[in-house]
Design a protein around this ligand. Structure first.
Ligand code: NAD
Ligand code: GLY
Length: 362
């Protein structure tokens, strides 16, 4: 059940370990990386009581000096105030340039801890220990780190690759259903943008995935990490190809903003955004109706929304304009040519944007 995926990035290459029971081995993994003595383990108030002691003990046993910093659970911790507290804790603990950061938690902790590591003393190593499905298949891999500003999400950030990703599948036993299902949106995304066979295997194994069957999950998480690792290898800094990872995200970000952050989980908004992008793809990218229907059926099978109500188009459209991925005021979409093949940067007319919204935005 154990999988190893390598992210090939020259001297910034690293391994992603996927298996149950890895938390207790994280000290050993860190020792193999020849990291410095002191480390700051950042976790959140839900995850720390569940898994913090296992990670801390493993680090101690391996000869490290961990200092634990627990932040409130939720998006509000991706803030300048919490980041500043993380720097305080690191200094208090006597961290130097050889020290490292451990991120134990979901994407919030991973983004915050990664950015703290990217900037503290001009950059120190960090290890990602993701505990949500979203973090295992997406946010812990690829080196995007950052925090939010009051003006918008992820407006401050840096590319900083982790030294390793340790994905312990046992963490799924405590993950709430809604969070787990939200992560499945990103799983579906990889099938749509990169791998038609994987998409078909998701359709076939949907019940096993929903039942969190460990062997199936090991395959799913590993395949998603392989897909992401390949894109990141080819385009680490998102000069082109990497944008395909944003399939469904243009509308998703707009929905999250227009509805008010917190109403939708990120994956839920991505699912609606993928249904929207699939419909646009039928109109302008040659995706067949049948393929678009398969995408929507799979999202619905997983219990994800493929439509939304109660949001006003002009508010959503306005929010789309503030998406930081826009180029020169035009909204550009990642669209699917077929299941397994997506293309970034496709312009869509204003009329079509609204026409398709009228179908899924009721
Ligand atoms: P999250 O980190 O807020 O975690 C979701 C909730 O689950 C939290 O309440 C957390 O405490 C709890 N939790 C985590 N693991 C648990 C476990 N095993 N058992 C019980 N509870 C657990 O949310 P997320 O969905 O993991 O990540 C969302 C964040 O990730 C957003 O800030 C988003 O911007 C970011 N993100 C970043 C990237 C990237 O490439 N850097 C990609 C996607 C998303
Ligand atoms: N989550 C999108 C990316 O890593 O590029």
């Amino acid at each position: 059940m154990s999988k190893l995926i390598r992210v090939e990035l020259g001297d910034r290459s690293y391994n992603i370990h996927v298996a149950p029971g890895l938390l207790a081995q994280c000290g050993q993994f860190c020792r193999d990386l020849k990291l410095g003595h002191r480390c700051l383990m950042i976790s959140d108030a839900n995850v720390a009581p569940l898994y913090g002691h296992i990670v801390r003990e493993s680090l101690l046993e391996a000869g490290f000096m961990p200092h634990v910093f627990v932040v409130p659970a939720g998006e509000t911790s991706k803030s300048q105030a919490t980041l500043s507290l993380a720097y305080d804790e690191a200094l208090l603990h006597g961290m130097d340039r050889k020290s490292f950061v451990v991120a134990l938690g979901g994407g919030v902790v991973g983004d915050l801890a990664g950015y703290a590591a990217a900037t503290f003393l001009r950059g120190i190593p960090f290890v990602q220990i993701p505990t949500t499905l979203m973090a295992m298949v997406d946010s812990s891999v690829g080196g995007k780190t950052g925090i939010n500003l009051p003006q918008g999400k992820n407006l401050i950030g840096a590319f900083h690759q982790p030294s390793a990703v340790i994905a312990d599948l046992s963490a799924f036993t405590t993950l709430p259903d809604r969070e787990y299902i939200s992560g499945l949106a990103e799983v579906v995304k990889y099938g749509v943008i990169q791998d038609a066979d994987f998409f078909a295997s998701l359709e076939k194994n949907a019940d096993r995935i929903l039942a969190r069957e460990p062997e199936t999950l090991a395959q799913v998480v590993a395949r998603c990490c392989e897909c992401k690792a390949e894109v990141v290898r080819l385009d680490e800094r998102e000069s082109g190809l990497r944008a395909i990872l944003n399939f469904g995200h243009t509308l998703a970000h707009a929905i999250e903003q227009a509805a008010g952050y917190g109403k939708f989980l990120h994956g839920e908004a991505v699912a609606i955004g993928m249904a929207y992008a699939a419909a646009l793809s039928v109109s302008v990218a040659g995706l067949s109706n049948e393929a678009a229907e398969r995408i929507i059926r799979l999202l619905e099978k997983f219990g994800l929304p493929a439509a939304v109500s109660g949001l006003n188009w002009s508010a959503v459209r306005r929010a789309m304009k503030t998406d930081k991925k826009n180029a020169g005021g035009t909204v550009r979409f990642v669209l699917a040519r077929e299941i397994g093949r997506a293309e970034p940067g496709i312009e869509v007319s204003e009329e079509l944007l609204e026409e398709v919204w009228n179908v899924i935005g009721q």
